[in-house]
Design a protein around this ligand. Structure first.
Ligand code: CA2
Length: 148
């Protein structure tokens, strides 16, 4: 099983600012944790991060036929991007949404998630562990052969 782990704008700056919200570990630390977990549960991962909405849409489209599922943290585009929602719906790969912080407990504008409307599960406010739980979910989901 191959899963694409996608991150949106500013996630590449993790650890540099706002440690109270996002923790003090870096984006490189995040990838390392995900890779170690993927190895432990026997799945493969690819990674993509971009600060550009269209690049994220292109990467979702390119995932078709290459990956079995998507773990996505669209960052700020979560709350604005119908293009990412449509791309996730169009490729019809099983997808899960991750947010490092608890977006339900922050500003009102963070409560809406467009991407989440195309996702089978959301892992919110669990820090980096959310990505690991997302991989676990997709692995189980595919192993059980549930149809979308
Ligand atoms: O909690 C999450 O994972 C978010 O997706 C993170 C986004 C935010 O816009 C969403 O509402 C929730 C922001 C990521 C920005 O990351 C930073 C990295 C370094 C310094 C400041 C922000």
């Amino acid at each position: 099983m191959r899963f694409l782990v996608m991150n949106g704008p500013n996630i590449n700056l993790l650890g540099l600012r706002e440690p109270g919200i996002y923790g003090s570990e870096s984006y490189a630390d995040l990838l390392q944790k995900i890779e170690a977990h993927a190895k432990a549960i026997g799945v493969e991962t690819g990674f993509f991060q971009s600060n550009h909405e269209g690049a994220l849409v292109d990467a979702i489209q390119a995932a078709r036929g290459e990956y079995d599922g998507i773990v996505i943290n669209p960052a700020a585009y979560t709350h604005t991007s119908i293009a990412i929602l449509d791309a996730l719906k169009a490729v019809a790969l099983p997808a899960v949404e991750v947010h490092i912080s608890d977006v339900r407990e922050r500003e009102e504008f963070r409560r809406i998630s467009y991407a989440g409307m195309a996702c089978e599960a959301s892992f919110i406010g669990l820090g980096f562990d959310g990505y690991l739980r997302g991989l676990d979910f997709l692995k189980e989901r595919l192993a059980s052969g549930k149809k979308a």
